[in-house]
Design a protein around this ligand. Structure first.
Ligand SMILES: Cc1cc2nc3c(=O)[nH]c(=O)nc-3n(C[C@H](O)[C@H](O)[C@H](O)COP(=O)(O)OP(=O)(O)OC[C@H]3O[C@@H](n4cnc5c(N)ncnc54)[C@H](O)[C@@H]3O)c2cc1C
Length: 382
């Protein structure tokens, strides 16, 4: 079959590769002038540091099949994400752990003592059924740690008060009563030695795959293909005719320096008065490399306008209602399957994107073998 994939990010590349290996003719288009989607990496011309152009990407997963898949296309180097935060004039360790608690309260508590201290002296136990993000945080860590580490950061990141966000955002107890400062719990963690773009280039390197960059999707051409997989914005496919799904976008203010600017890859800024949410220093994402210069990005979050890059789907009640209308439209369309972070309007980590792309390709091959039609969604976006 002749199959069109819109988007040369992880979703398009992995679905394309799997179907190419099954003998189909694959055309992949992307409006940008590079492959890799938001995972795109490139060397900074001034410092030669590998930079993550659309924000830092750290690979972490418990899915062994996904881990083996990415390792079959590139070499992964060990990398553990350790995040610091500057708040109220001090630097603390994140996620909130025993070091953070002892430093904040000027104590030398051991794990059981710290748990007892937070639960019985600090947490707001009057909140029995937390409904909002703020109540959830107050219930678990009390007002001091909430203000220092959650309130200002969340207002900057989401542009609204934590009282307007659901408690579910802060699902588990956001505190560790030990000194483990590894940001992620996953079994497999790492960073591709030469960045993500060469990895995706290797995935796309197949005789049945043709890639066209700087080519935006024209819905009128969809009929020329036996099937289309679309990893662009769901509302964009329909010309935004029902309205726009809300996103947060990011502005990155780049600056360079010599040596080591901040001593770590990610420094959050918890105070509301500091307009950016964090500074990322990209040489620390490749700790096996050495560079004299360094390149950093101040990250600012704001509401996404039509000409901006959509980053984080908002998915509140209003957006979900509109999403549901677009899902109905998509299901009536036929011949196109919506995939990936934009096509299904969800925040997806890379490992989840890869898992879903593998499952979508498998579902397509199965339905083609049975002569059945491919649905608009393999993963329910609602
Ligand atoms: C700020 C940020 C940080 C992140 N950090 C991490 C992290 O640390 N670890 C992690 O696991 N995940 C991270 N992610 C998630 C990761 O970026 C996604 O999992 C991944 O990019 C999803 O791939 P995709 O192919 O679905 O989408 P994308 O990467 O967005 O690719 C979609 C592609 O489609 C193209 N396109 C869109 N519309 C059209 C059109 N109409 N015509 C032609 N082309 C079109 C776009 O140009 C783009 O290249 C992060 C995401 C964000 C927003």
């Amino acid at each position: 079959m002749n199959i069109l994939l819109v988007g040369a990010g992880l979703s398009g590349a992995i679905i394309g590769r799997t179907l190419a290996e099954a003998g189909h003719n694959i055309t992949i288009i992307d409006g940008r002038d590079h492959i890799g989607g938001n995972c795109h990496t490139e060397r900074d011309a001034e410092t030669n540091v590998m930079v993550h152009v659309y924000g830092p990407h750290i690979f972490h997963t418990d899915d062994e099949e996904v881990w083996n898949y990415v390792n079959s296309f590139t070499t992964f180097m060990p990398y553990k994400n350790r995040v610091k935060t500057t708040s109220q004039g001090q630097v603390f360790s994140l996620p909130i752990n025993l070091h953070t608690i002892n430093q904040y309260y000027n104590k030398t508590l051991r794990p059981a003592e710290a748990r007892d201290f937070i639960e019985n002296e600090i947490a707001d136990k009057s909140i029995t059924d937390p409904q909002t993000f703020e109540e959830q945080a107050m219930r678990f860590v009390g007002p001091d740690l909430y203000k220092a580490f959650f309130e200002g950061y969340t207002i900057k990141q989401w542009g609204c008060s934590p009282t307007e966000l659901p408690a579910s955002i802060l699902k588990r107890l956001p505190v560790r009563f030990n000194y483990d400062d590894n940001y992620f719990f996953h079994k497999f963690q790492g960073m591709p030695e030469n960045g993500y773009t060469p990895m995706i280039e290797a995935i796309l390197d197949h005789e049945n795959i043709t890639v066209h960059l700087e080519t935006w999707f024209d819905p009128d051409t969809a009929g020329e293909y036996d099937h289309v997989f679309y990893s662009g914005p769901l509302d964009g496919y329909f010309g935004y005719k029902l309205g726009r799904l809300g996103y947060r976008t990011l502005d990155f203010e780049k600056f360079t320096d010599k040596g080591d600017y901040q001593g770590c890859a990610v420094m959050n800024y918890g105070d509301r008065e500091v307009p950016y949410t964090r500074i990322t220093e990209h040489k620390h994402f490749s700790p096996w490399e050495e560079h004299e210069g360094t390149v950093c990005y101040k990250e600012f979050s704001r509401a996404c306008e039509p000409e901006d890059i959509p980053y984080y789907p908002i998915r509140q009640v209003k957006e979900k209602a509109l999403l549901s209308d677009y899902v109905k439209l998509a299901e009536e369309t036929g011949g196109v399957t919506f995939v990936g972070r934009l096509g299904t309007y969800r925040y997806l980590d890379m490992d989840v994107t890869i898992r879903e792309a593998m499952d979508t390709a498998a579902a397509f091959l199965e339905s083609a073998a049975k002569g059945e039609k491919m649905p608009a969604f393999v993963q329910n976006p609602l």
